[in-house]
Design a protein around this ligand. Structure first.
Ligand code: DAT
Ligand code: MG
Length: 151
């Protein structure tokens, strides 16, 4: 069982709506390990690099406007299977199609304001954590609850 890392980000709407604690709690209660956390105002170039695969999409300019419109909360989470599991906890891209019980299903109504980002593969998890965090901003530690989460 391979430990993975994923990049999770509360988008500006999640911060403005006071949902930061609620969103962090979903991952914390599930049993994943937080290894990086910061409030950050993201420069345009970083937003464009993060979403570079979507550069040709018609919604790209609005997406960059949105992500750079206010502070975001950047997080790195670790665990076995964390990448796919975090995507499930987050729910579908369109919040109206996201299942109740998921973050987007419970807390959002529109694709353009879907409150949270999660990496879509372990490779992108690595890429995005390297993009959003500097050396020294990530923390290696062993949670006291570790033996109560995995045998
Ligand atoms: P996800 O965030 O679920 O991984 P994605 O990677 O396909 O979704 O797209 C990144 C973000 O771009 C998404 O969270 C919101 C925005 N987006 C995607 N498709 C869109 C669309 N059809 N119209 C407007 N915004 C869109
Ligand atoms: Mg994506």
């Amino acid at each position: 069982e391979q430990v993975e890392e994923t990049y999770i980000m509360v988008k500006p709407d999640g911060v403005q709506r006071g949902l930061v604690g609620e969103i962090i709690s979903r991952f914390e209660r599930k049993g994943f390990k937080l290894s990086g956390l910061k409030l950050f105002r993201c420069p345009r170039e970083l937003a464009e690099e993060h979403y570079k695969d979507l550069q040709s999409k018609p919604f790209f300019p609005k997406l960059i406007e949105y992500i750079t419109s206010g502070p975001v909360v950047c997080m790195a989470w670790e665990g076995v299977g964390v990448v796919a599991s975090a995507r499930k906890l987050i729910g579908s891209t369109n919040p109206l199609q996201a299942e109740p019980g998921t973050i987007r299903g419970d807390l959002a109504v529109q694709t353009g304001r879907n409150v949270v980002h999660g990496s879509d593969s372990p490779e992108n998890g690595q890429r995005e954590i390297a993009l959003w965090f500097k050396e020294g901003e990530l923390c290696q530690w062993t949670p006291a609850q570790a033996p109560w989460l995995r045998e």
